[in-house]
Unconditional design. Structure first.
Ligand code: SAM
Length: 257
């Protein structure tokens, strides 16, 4: 039986608590009672939790054994800022699909008004990611970074970095994974790695940016012949990467060499 999962607001030893709107949702909407059991995410682990007290805007849990967790793939999504309602939909869906970190980026063709309004919007994106993480029974929500300029984000870290470009004619995203060397299959076809994906704004990447990416070691990939909206491209790319890198039911993790 899968228990509903909550990400604890407070943890100390074998006790955890939800507070504020979080607790209100559990008590008022889900009508939770003392003695009821849930999965409680406490930092990097998930433990079985039994409600031991309910007070105003607060629910206290007694924590018991650890719940085995599924291994996931480490995917960072550089998401060029675009219309907020559709961007927030992409954040929700990519969280459900298992993204580890979302970095909102200001690209050359990002709308100036959205670019200046985005830093104030980041808290709301984190709330959306937290709710989607709980709904999809993740251990922890993805990290949502503060918006940064594309060039700052483009040159960070190593690992496999893929820019989604509607102008790319040769390599599809699936090809990228089909051609990557890897160590030892776990027999269920599971491969995991750390991947960085970049999805452009509504206006697409500028020619300059499309030259900068390969210079910075990024691989350009296509999602097919049709032009997708930015949110569709982000969700499609996440689904393809998760399918290529990890079996949802595998508990073992192998590293791409
Ligand atoms: N300005 C472009 C146009 O109208 O030709 C469309 C940009 S699209 C709305 C936004 C972003 O989604 C692109 O920058 C790219 O990252 C991604 N994208 C959309 N369709 C794609 C495709 N077929 N292959 C790869 N990436 C795609």
């Amino acid at each position: 039986m899968t228990r509903r999962r909550w990400i604890a607001d407070e943890v100390s030893g074998n006790h955890a608590a939800l507070s504020g709107a979080h607790a209100d949702h559990l008590v008022r909407v889900l009508r939770a009672r003392v003695g009821q059991e849930f999965d409680i995410s406490v930092g990097a682990v998930v433990r079985r939790g039994r409600i031991r007290a309910i007070a105003d805007h607060r629910v206290d849990f007694e924590l018991a054994e650890e719940v085995p967790a599924l291994s996931t793939t480490d995917v960072t999504l550089l998401l060029a800022v675009f219309k907020f309602d559709r961007m927030e939909w992409a954040i929700e869906k990519c969280t459900e699909l298992g993204v580890s970190q979302i970095v909102p980026v200001i690209a050359g063709r990002t709308d100036a008004h959205l670019a200046s309004a985005s830093p104030k919007r980041a808290e709301r994106w984190r709330r959306i990611a937290l709710q989607a993480a709980e709904q999809s029974r993740r251990r922890v929500p993805p990290e949502i970074a503060d918006p940064v300029k594309l060039r700052e984000a483009m040159n960070t870290s190593a690992g496999l970095r893929i820019v989604l470009a509607e102008s790319e004619q040769g390599t599809s995203l699936r090809d990228v994974f089909a051609t990557q060397p890897h160590e030892g299959d776990s027999g269920d076809g599971a491969r995991t790695t750390s991947v960085m994906l970049a999805v452009g704004p509504e206006g697409g990447w500028t020619d300059d940016e499309l030259q900068l990416f390969p210079q910075a070691g990024w691989i350009s990939a296509s999602l097919g012949p049709t032009i997708l909206r930015a949110e569709t491209a982000a969700i499609a790319a996440m689904a393809i990467v998760m399918a290529a890198c990890s079996s949802p039911f595998s508990s073992s993790a192998k590293v791409l060499s």
